[in-house]
Design a protein around this ligand. Structure first.
Ligand SMILES: [Zn+2]
Length: 706
């Protein structure tokens, strides 16, 4: 009775809202229950320890999942971050008509957090590209420690679900950092040199200093010379470049361990996980480390399975290193395969923000989308790139596709981002983190063909000043068992290629946290803004008479007594988020389902006269018009919902369905749907409206019949 009273009382909600608001604003500054520092890399072990501690310290907003194991048996973790006390999924409300016999388990119930828009973040798909692992940890820290004190963070953790997988490739990362052997691939056993033995000839720490660096030796056929400006650096000659200087060869610190006169040709390194995803998978003749079939790697398999079971993911980021730019889809196919609306979302919304954050120039067309037609006409003459001409702009350095538009050639195959976008309808990105010129304040800017060596020189100087020269090992004489006299030295592999720990790494982390927080702010959010159930019968309720002619039902009040009341239910469903509930290919994509609204009650005690138990809503648009995109065809109209009449028979069982009965389709466009049902309710059976959007969230409203 009390409960019902509250439900009817608007004041109660007002006080509840005030209380929540008050709590949020008075909790004070962020509380970091698990401290984290970024003055060195966490590696696999450090990452696992950290996320376990976070899961323990924040049980209300985190769940730690083990989604699979690597080849060497190391767990692959996903830390789920979301308010665990909120959220619901449709399977919690629809009871199965034919429950299976005891002992036979039904489908695993969904977790409440699967009923919120999902956001995937991952790092270290390539084991030696661990800057992304650090960015994942940084984002975890921001989300959990900002929850309850930062309004924006609190909102995204309440309304969304973050799936953060800091280490996709545990073995590659473990070997790269904890063993000091840089390893891009996983550790699937592979007989690289086809001698019947596996992993018998990897690199070696020849001088036993704990690092596998480089060996340089004088070699008339060598392609390197010592740098004039900084003799610690080796400069590779350009093709056909002549020199009077002494020539050198530079190899990884290594010897021949299996007597086949080759060095390091069969290491633990297995296959490339970012070539093993089931989209545009390799079908050529040259082996590229892609594996025997798509998802043949346990790590890729675990991710594919996870995505299949977590179909609420709309945003994804796959962090790699290095370069300081982002690949948006596609790499296996040209831009003509991406829907123009998605091109606009990627470039004009996400790309624009990304370039602003990394501090690079935003193309004119993205700043002024209204000039697109004019810019397109200009580019028609100026460019040879047909994809750029179709878009109206060239893609900038910082925001690109990996497909080679100049040569009209795919970049590669079996990549995560393409799979996520093309098959699952996810705004997936691959960001190559770390560009010293952007990420170290005051770092000199270089362009042109000498940029690479100039950056190396400046980095070397920077580590002399800020890190006491400890990131680079000075060259020391060494007698190589096969190559003779030479020197061992160079960048400690741990620090070459990834953001330097400390300030540079924190800069990288902060920028990408800002960018992903921005993207979280674009997610759709489906809410029921209004839902009412009104009894059409008189106040004594249990009176109604109906007559039926064809598929028309006539309800007359008070003529004779029945044990039911006729109830009209109306509901308004809105997407309060910026983006639509699906990418542009929407529900036509095999992995996607359109948004649905249910009216649920006791099946034996309610009958649907108008409107089916669930009605199909299509894809609900977001609140923002997409810049630079004009939909083809007629502009969207607010077409009223068409109702389907049902056959109606008085008596019990009172109602029978017409022969061609199917779900009602609500043909309305835009960010709003107004839906309606007419139901016959026996006695005081309860009703609720549930809207379920695969990626826009699930919301419930209980109805009091008025
Ligand atoms: Zn990579």
């Amino acid at each position: 009775m009390q409960f019902k009273l509250f439900k009817n009382n608007g004041l109660f909600y007002f006080f509840l809202a005030m209380f929540v608001l008050f709590s949020v604003t008075t909790l004070g500054s962020a509380t970091q229950k698990v401290p984290i520092r970024f003055d060195d890399y966490h590696g696999y072990t450090g990452t696992a320890t950290y996320i376990k501690e976070v899961a323990k310290a924040y049980p209300d907003i985190t769940t730690l999942l083990e989604i699979g194991k690597s080849t060497m048996g190391r767990p692959i973790y996903v830390l789920v971050i979301s308010n665990m006390k909120t959220g619901t999924t449709i399977d919690a409300h629809v009871t199965l008509r034919n429950m299976r016999k005891e002992g036979i388990k039904n489908v695993t119930p969904m977790n409440p957090y699967q009923g919120k828009p999902g956001f995937w973040l991952c790092g270290s798909t390539h084991g030696n590209e661990y800057t992304g692992t650090e960015v994942c940890l940084y984002c975890i820290d921001k989300l959990v420690s900002g929850y309850g004190s930062d309004e924006e963070i609190t909102r995204v953790v309440d309304d969304q679900t973050f799936y953060i997988c800091p280490v996709v490739n545990p073995d590659g990362l473990y070997n790269s950092l904890e063993r000091g052997i840089s390893q891009r691939q996983n550790s699937m056993e592979k007989d690289d040199d086809e001698d019947g033995k596996v992993n018998e000839d990897g690199p070696d720490d020849l001088n036993g200093d704990g690092h596998i660096t480089q060996f340089r030796y004088k070699d008339p056929k060598g392609e390197y010379v010592i740098d004039e400006q900084d003799p610690r650096l080796m400069v590779r000659l350009r093709r056909d470049e002549k020199t009077e200087k002494e020539l050198y060869s530079v190899i990884r610190e290594d010897k021949d361990n299996d007597g086949d006169s080759k060095r390091g040709e069969d290491s633990e390194s297995g296959i490339d996980l970012n070539r093993n995803f089931p989209e545009g998978w390799f079908k050529g003749t040259i082996a590229g480390g892609q594996g025997d079939y798509p998802t043949s790697a346990p790590e890729t398999h675990a991710i594919a399975e996870f995505f299949t079971n977590h179909s609420n993911i709309l945003m994804a980021q796959n962090y790699h290193t290095s370069g300081g730019f982002t690949y948006r889809p596609l790499g296996t196919a040209p831009d003509s395969e991406v829907h123009p609306k998605d091109v606009a979302v990627f470039d004009m919304i996400m790309g624009k923000k990304y370039l602003e954050i990394i501090g690079e120039e935003v193309p004119e067309a993205w700043q002024n989308p209204e000039k697109l037609a004019k810019l397109k006409a200009e580019l028609e003459k100026a460019s040879k790139n047909k994809y750029a001409k179709a878009r109206g702009y060239e893609l900038p350095r910082g925001w690109r596709v990996s497909y080679d538009e100049e040569k009209d050639e795919p970049y590669n195959y079996g990549m995560a981002t393409d799979w996520m976008y093309l098959q699952l309808g996810i705004y997936a990105l691959t960001t190559e983190l770390w560009n010293p010129m952007n990420d170290i304040p005051g770092f000199p800017q270089y362009e042109g063909e000498d940029a690479r060596i100039n950056v190396q020189r400046a980095l070397l100087k920077y580590q002399d000043e800020k890190y006491g020269g400890n990131l680079f090992l000075p060259w020391k004489k060494f007698h190589h068992p096969e190559l003779g006299e030479g020197e061992i030295g160079g960048w400690i592999p741990k620090y070459s290629g990834n953001a330097f720990p400390g300030e540079p790494l924190i800069n990288v982390c902060e920028k990408h946290w800002q960018f992903e927080k921005f993207r979280a702010g674009l997610q759709p959010q489906i809410v029921i803004t209004e839902a009412r159930a009104k009894a059409i019968t008189e106040s004594s309720a249990n009176e109604a008479n109906t007559t039926q002619k064809g598929d028309q039902v006539t309800i007359q009040k008070g003529k004779s007594k029945g044990k039911y009341k006729i109830v009209e239910v109306t509901a308004t469903i809105e997407n309060k988020g910026i983006l639509a509930t699906h990418v542009a290919r929407g529900a036509t994509l095999a992995g996607n389902r359109e948004d649905i609204v249910w009216l649920i009650g006791d099946r034996d005690r309610i009958a649907y006269l108008q409107g089916s138990p669930f009605q199909k809503l299509g894809v609900i648009e977001g609140t923002q018009k997409i810049p630079g995109y004009t939909p083809r065809g007629a502009p969207p109209t607010e077409e009223p919902q068409r109702q389907r009449m049902m056959f109606f028979y008085p008596g019990f069982p009172m109602f029978q369905r017409g022969p061609s009965y199917g779900p009602t389709e609500v043909k309305q466009k835009g960010p709003k749907r107004a839906v309606k049902w007419l139901v016959a309710v026996e006695g005081d059976a309860t009703l609720k409206v549930i809207v379920t959007s695969q990626k826009g969230g699930t919301a419930v409203k209980n109805l009091d019949i008025q």
